[in-house]
Write a protein that binds this ligand. Structure first.
Ligand SMILES: *Cc1c(COP(=O)(O)O)cnc(C)c1O
Length: 476
């Protein structure tokens, strides 16, 4: 009879160790042979395979299930020809740090333990990489979506005062301003904060992004109508086309108008580590009141990890700090380690995101990571060159950073192009040849490559485009 005092640890550590080593070998193999593991369709019986049921698996059976039923059906974004959406590709260091994190099981909401200090170092390093002042603060979060909510909540406190946390914003009409290429995460944040997405004004673009002249006019019009303009949301690296707003120009509008400047730099902020001309795209990012960016996209770190930086720590804390008596801190012991991250964001219990970022920075170094970012931009450029050489493929827009958007056959009408581009994207995904995603611009659906992939080489770009051409010519 099992005793009721038994915990949940293995009763045979030797066989547990064997199972872990076995899985580790499989993980290393997967990383070493990434090319053999593209996305593949999940089998019809996946639900059956994942049934929890009543009879527990032993560790060896669990490892076998991971190998046969789980790991083969990943997103496929570790593959060198994965260019879909804006996905990160993962780093070998992640294998080590996820293992260490699991053994440590730290709760990073606060308190006095190593990971509190490591997160501080990761944030300080990023502040300096982005040119933010020493008095800025930050917190690691799930991603840019959450970072945006935190940043705009702080902007709202600046506009309405900390009382808004108590009384809500009833009767106050706040408006925010962004460009046409803005990400849906911005709209969601504005909805979640109760500002309402109809109060998120979309300012038309000129050739350098959101038009500052039209922005000023819209702000004046809203003020005249009784609204309180509270935030300009600039984009550094738009999700569709990789475009950058003129951050310096928008910073001067924000200063003149006395509104908060938030920069969505989900992936594009990391052009700060790249060579020119790409680095210059994010010039002015250091002038923002807040910045959202992701380590899990263009810093290649395993999911999930984003970051919000806020220029003024006091404003950050004003929006989030809250300490009931069960969270009192003391000068000694585990309840030390102030400041605590629970005062900087939404979460109290938090996983260990700092370790995987720290290991990446410590092990590859900013220079090598920067080279990988530069290479992605060069590969997007190369893709555009190959597209221009083809008689029928056409770019939708010039390549600015790491995004390349094109049609497989520009000779066709819009509807036929859309149908063909969708069919090609699907076929290449199913064949495991390459992953492009699609996007709709001016009523045409295009193929879209976002190269945030440190494993991609020139030959992969050429092979992926060959596959596009072959699929197109089979259909013609
Ligand atoms: C991915 C992305 C987001 C959303 O970030 P998550 O990390 O997915 O929450 C926001 N803005 C841009 C430009 C993005 O590329």
């Amino acid at each position: 009879m099992p005793s009721h005092e038994e915990g949940l640890d293995p009763d045979n550590w030797q066989s547990f160790a064997k199972a872990v080593h076995d899985l580790l070998d499989e993980c290393i193999h997967r990383l070493q042979c990434v090319e053999d593991y593209p996305w593949r369709p999940v089998p019809e019986d996946i639900h059956q395979r994942y049934l929890i049921g009543e009879s527990p698996l032993d560790m060896n059976e669990l490892v076998a299930a991971l190998k046969t039923d789980v790991m083969p059906y990943a997103t496929g974004n570790t593959h060198p020809r994965f260019f879909g959406w804006v996905h990160g590709t993962g780093l070998a260091t992640g294998l080590l740090t996820e293992m260490a994190s699991a053994a440590m099981n730290s709760n990073c909401g606060g308190r006095d333990h190593g990971m509190t200090y490591m997160e501080r170092e990761v944030i300080d390093w990023t502040k300096s990489a982005m040119g933010f002042p020493a008095g800025a603060s930050g917190v690691l979060v799930a991603g840019t979506s959450q970072a945006t909510v935190i940043a705009l909540a702080a902007a709202r406190v600046r506009a309405l005062g900390p009382e808004v946390r108590v009384s809500g914003q009833a009767g106050q009409w706040l408006t925010a301003y962004t460009g046409p290429g803005t990400h849906s995460a911005i709209r969601k944040a504005v909805e979640l904060l109760g500002i309402g997405s109809e109060n998120l004004r979309i300012i038309p673009e000129n050739e350098r992004g959101m038009d500052p002249h039209l922005l000023r006019k819209e702000i004046a019009r809203d003020r005249a109508a009784g609204a309180m303009p509270f935030a300009i949301i600039a984009t550094a690296g738009s999700v569709d086309l990789g475009k950058f707003d003129d951050l310096k120009e928008l910073a001067s509008v924000a200063a003149e108008e006395d509104v908060w400047l938030h920069v969505d730099g989900a992936f594009g902020a990391w052009t700060r580590l790249a060579e020119e001309p790409w680095r210059g795209l994010s010039d002015g990012i250091e002038l923002a009141d807040s910045l959202a960016c992701d380590f899990h996209k263009w810093m290649f770190v395993q999911y999930d990890c984003g970051l919000v930086l806020i220029r003024d720590e006091h404003e950050h804390r004003q929006a989030f700090s809250m300490r009931p008596s069960y969270l009192t801190s003391y000068d000694q012991g585990l309840a030390g380690g102030e400041p605590w991250y629970c005062d900087y964001g939404i979460d109290l219990s938090r996983g260990n995101r700092a370790l995987k970022v720290w290991a990446a920075l410590r092990s590859y170094g900013p220079q090598k990571l920067g080279q990988a970012i530069t290479r992605c931009c060069q590969l997007a450029q190369y893709m555009a060159e190959l597209i221009a050489e083809d008689g029928a493929m056409q770019l939708q827009a010039p390549v600015v950073s790491s995004l390349c958007v094109f049609t497989a056959d520009g000779r066709l009408g819009g509807a036929e192009q859309s149908e063909m581009n969708v069919a090609i994207a699907q076929r290449l995904q199913i064949e495991g040849a390459a992953v492009f995603s699609t996007t709709n611009i001016n009523n045409v659906t295009y193929l879209r490559a976002a190269i945030t992939n440190h494993r991609t080489r020139r030959a992969d770009v050429a092979r992926a485009l060959h596959a596009v051409v072959a699929a197109r010519d089979r259909q013609l």
